[in-house]
Design a binder for this molecule. Structure first.
Ligand code: HEC
Ligand code: HEC
Length: 310
């Protein structure tokens, strides 16, 4: 890849590298043609310190000069073989990203057969396989903990779902889990705060929130909830369903159970209604590949069945 947007910097680097090597060489050479002390006479520079300490003008030792010449030759050969001179790639074609790819391929060649073995089994079988669960637990720790947490219980602050329960936002069938991890998911709930017609502003949002709390048997103000019910049925049911049980296809959570992504206080629900909610699970297809996703899906399935976390 050519990182130089214009030729100026390309030549700047080339001239800087070659110029400094050349200057070193010329300087060294100039020091070796003049042999003031070669006749073994005591040729001094004329500098005297502490009354009797004189500076001799002897040539540099030969072995030292040659070492220096060797470093210059080394520098030039190196610059020819490896990327040193501006955008010139070097005769060997070596690059740090190429090196990374080679190492990655080597590791993949070692571990992929291990993963591929499980690709032929269905998810339930893999989920019950101890060796597979140990491997996938390590994959989980590497690729998923930063969002879903080391114990896979998610984060309410950030809206990362808990993966250890039987409650699903996008569905818990093997195919649905694989799809979630492969293609990613993007849950989008619109904000109704700026749209008083739909809900009736903050006051309307509180009515609906009380109705939502009633759906899962939480304490609520029944007068407000009664006013909220018809609003829920016209506005919210499109995604959360008439009964509030949610819809996997849209990632609209079930509002009638005890599991909450963002929290079930009246304030949290009002916040969901007025500000909307949105979150994204990144697609892992290109990053992890089919075999690793298969193992991770089995791991998630196992977690939801109360599987032991290794
Ligand atoms: C950058 C943060 C992030 C990472 C990394 C991440 N996830 Fe997620 N994941 C999310 C979010 C956010 C959601 C909820 C998406 C939504 O709100 O629509 C989610 C949803 C899910 C779901 C759906 C849960 C349900 O109830 O339907 C599964 C399964 C899942 N993630 C598994 C994984 C696995 C396995 C990994 C590791 C390969 C992983 N995630 C890595 C953020 C992340
Ligand atoms: C267009 C579809 C859609 C509509 C309409 C909709 N929602 Fe949602 N709702 C969602 C989605 C999707 C999520 C999950 C957002 C995420 O992934 O972060 C959600 C999340 C929520 C949550 C958070 C649940 C939790 O577990 O923390 C609440 C509460 C909620 N909605 C209530 C409502 C109410 C009340 C209405 C009507 C005023 C409504 N929704 C209208 C799609 C919708």
């Amino acid at each position: 890849m050519n990182i130089f947007v214009n030729q100026f910097w390309n030549w700047y680097v080339i001239l800087l590298v070659l110029g400094s090597v050349l200057i070193c060489g010329v300087f060294l050479w100039s020091q070796s043609i003049h042999h003031p002390g070669s006749e073994q006479t005591s040729d001094t520079t004329g500098h005297v310190w502490d009354e009797s300490l004189q500076e001799y003008n002897n040539p540099l030792p030969k072995w030292w000069m040659w070492l220096f010449y060797i470093t210059i030759v080394f520098a030039l050969v190196y610059a020819l073989l490896f990327p040193t001179l501006g955008s010139f790639q070097g005769l060997l074609g070596w690059s740090s990203s190429g090196q990374y790819q080679i190492e990655r391929q080597r590791v993949d060649a070692q571990v992929n057969p291990l993963f591929d073995k499980f690709l032929k089994m269905d998810l339930q079988t893999v989920a019950a396989n101890k060796e597979a669960m140990e491997m996938s637990a390590r994959l989980y720790q590497t690729y998923c903990t930063q969002c879903h947490g080391a114990a896979a219980q998610g984060s309410r602050e950030q809206g990362y779902p808990n993966l250890t329960d039987k409650d699903w936002q996008w569905g818990g069938e093997p195919a649905q889990i694989v799809e979630t991890i492969t293609a990613g998911r993007m849950g989008m709930m619109p904000a109704y705060g700026g749209n008083p017609d739909a809900i009736g502003g903050e006051a309307g949002a509180r009515e609906v929130a009380n109705y939502v709390r009633s759906l899962s048997g939480l304490s609520n103000d029944s007068a407000l909830a009664a006013k909220g019910k018809p609003k829920f049925e016209t506005v919210c049911a499109a995604c959360h369903g008439q009964d509030g049980k949610g819809m996997y296809a849209l990632g609209a959570p079930n509002l009638t159970d005890k599991v909450w992504i963002y929290g079930n206080s009246e304030a949290k629900i009002v916040e969901a209604i007025t500000k909307g909610r949105a979150n994204q699970m990144p697609a892992m297809k290109d990053f992890l590949g089919e075999a690793k996703i298969h193992l991770l899906s089995a791991y998630v399935l196992n977690l939801s069945m109360g599987g032991e976390k290794k």
